[in-house]
Design a protein around this ligand. Structure first.
Ligand code: ASP
Length: 308
């Protein structure tokens, strides 16, 4: 199977995912196996939305592979300000780079842009759509902490607009995982995602809840997300749900001792700082895993080793 571009986790099979995670684990154990492998290669960074972890870990990953980055910089300082289309921008920058990383506020932007370029394009977040490279580091962290089979996970917060949730849910449907989705009614998973998950996985694999209490004690992993304020059409709607889903030591009272708490970050107030120093907290480790996982992805895409 060949992937020229990585647009959504829907396109990934279990074998694809395991190839990336195994390669990331090998790099994590001994980064020298890929040191210098992509010397003289350049990664084009096109971020039309704010980013800290994704952008910096892609940059760190490319540099640790011996390559470098060319960065479009902020939208304010680019020709986008002059009205250049996304299709033109990616066609120009593919001439400067061996692969492209795109983050854009519009859902579907990465899929559209990928039609205009021949170099691999990685979706680093398209609006409320998908964020497949985040998913790969989420899966890596889950596999390290709890394993990916016979897993019970709770995914909590903004399931409607949270692109990391959409990508993670599709990817997990390749494994023997019970997924509990916990959110206010207004922020439930989009119905088309629920429909797809039912098609991809046994009905017993998916449940929706409004409170974490009923399922907490059964969870191996609790994946907490931020309410995506920037995606709400109306600030009043955001205010109605802001601060509703918070985890602190009291909430975790009935959790299993080996529960792993994750968060794609940034957090606002979803996880109290008192959780940070407990054995539950895996969210900083999760962010650090972004480098070996993105090194693995870039290495596989740039050498065409995803062709099998
Ligand atoms: N950093 C993640 C994203 O870009 C999660 C978030 O922003 O809440 O989707």
């Amino acid at each position: 199977m060949r992937h020229d571009h990585l647009i959504t986790s829907k396109q990934l099979s279990r074998a694809d995912i395991e190839t990336v995670l195994d390669h990331a684990a090998a790099i994590d154990a001994d980064p020298s196996i890929v040191a210098g492998r992509h010397a003289d290669e350049l990664l084009g960074l096109l971020f039309f939305e704010p980013s800290t972890r994704t952008k910096m870990s892609f940059e760190a990953a490319m540099k640790r592979l011996g390559g470098d980055v060319v960065d479009m910089g902020s939208v304010e300082s680019s020709s986008v300000k002059k009205g250049e289309s996304l299709a033109d921008t990616v066609r120009v920058i593919e001439g400067y780079a061996d692969a492209l990383v795109l983050r854009h506020p519009k859902q579907g932007a990465a899929a559209m842009a990928s039609e205009y370029v021949d170099v691999p394009l990685l979706n680093a977040g398209d609006g409320a759509g998908h964020h497949p490279t985040q998913t790969m580091l989420d899966l890596y962290t889950i596999r390290e902490n709890a394993g990916l089979d016979d897993l019970t996970i709770g995914i909590m917060g903004d399931l409607k607009y949270g692109r990391t949730v959409h990508s993670l849910a599709y990817a997990l449907s390749n494994f023997d995982v019970r997924q509990h989705f916990i959110s206010p009614e207004s922020l439930q998973l989009p119905r088309e995602v629920v429909y797809d998950l039912h098609q991809r996985q046994d009905h017993a694999g998916i449940r929706e809840h409004e409170s974490v209490d009923a399922v907490l004690s059964s969870l191996d992993v609790l994946y907490v997300t931020r309410i995506q304020r920037e995606r709400f059409p109306d600030e009043n709607e955001y205010q109605q749900v802001a601060g509703e889903y918070q985890i602190d030591l009291e909430t975790l009272d009935t959790a299993r001792d080996d529960l792993t708490v994750m968060h794609p970050l940034p957090r606002v107030d979803e996880i109290a700082p008192e959780v940070d120093d407990t054995e539950y907290a895996a969210y900083f480790e999760q962010a650090h895993n972004g480098v070996p996982v993105r090194m693995a992805l870039l290495d596989l895409l740039l050498t065409g080793e995803t062709d099998e």
